[in-house]
Write a protein that binds this ligand. Structure first.
Ligand SMILES: [Mg+2]
Ligand SMILES: [Zn+2]
Length: 185
């Protein structure tokens, strides 16, 4: 089985987003079907990587210990569905930091490509915001929008770039990306 890469945004794609940030394990709530969807990607031969803006760190709203606890909850719940995450790359900066890694800038995508020694050309990148789409496009990845999180609002604003497919949630997006999932291979 060929190994592929899939890139996922976190908030609004895997878990419910919050305007006040996700600051604790208790505030991290998986969206319906998202963990099963990640597991399905894994079983179809995909290594799944999360790339996420976490300005709550730079703003001092959370610390690394809390972020690690949130990600431990994510991976523990995901493992109950037989899924796993290969890596979580996060930008800890605020917009004022003007860093190279906060989406829509593609710094973390480029770091991932460097680490893996591969091109991200054509790699599916699931997100709920314009910044996810723009960062994915900057490295030649294939952006896919979900209507969870801020995705529906983006769609209704008419700002989804042409050619970007839109699905109700990660479950529907992964089903569309893996049309043969569930069939014996
Ligand atoms: Mg998001
Ligand atoms: Zn950054």
């Amino acid at each position: 089985m060929t190994t592929h890469i899939a890139i996922l945004d976190r908030d609004g794609v895997i878990n419910a987003d919050s305007p006040d940030y996700i600051k604790s394990e208790a505030e991290w709530i998986a969206l319906p079907g998202s963990l099963e969807a990640i597991s399905r990607l894994n079983h179809a031969g995909y290594r799944v990587v999360i790339i996420t803006n976490q300005s709550a760190l730079g703003r001092g709203r959370i610390n690394m210990e809390q972020l690690n606890a949130i990600h431990q909850k994510l991976t523990a719940h995901l493992s109950q569905f037989g899924g796993s995450i290969d890596a979580i790359l996060f930008c800890p900066h605020t917009p004022e930091d003007n860093c190279a890694c906060r989406k829509p800038r593609p710094g973390l995508y480029q770091e991932l490509a460097r680490r893996l020694g591969i091109s991200l050309s054509g790699v599916p990148a699931f997100g709920d915001k314009l910044c996810d789409i723009e960062a994915a496009r900057a490295v030649g990845a294939r952006p896919i929008l979900v209507r969870t999180g801020q995705g529906r609002g983006l769609e209704q604003s008419g700002q989804v770039p042409s050619g970007v497919p839109v699905y109700d949630d990660l479950r529907a997006a992964v089903t569309a990306w893996l049309p043969d999932a569930g069939k014996p291979r």
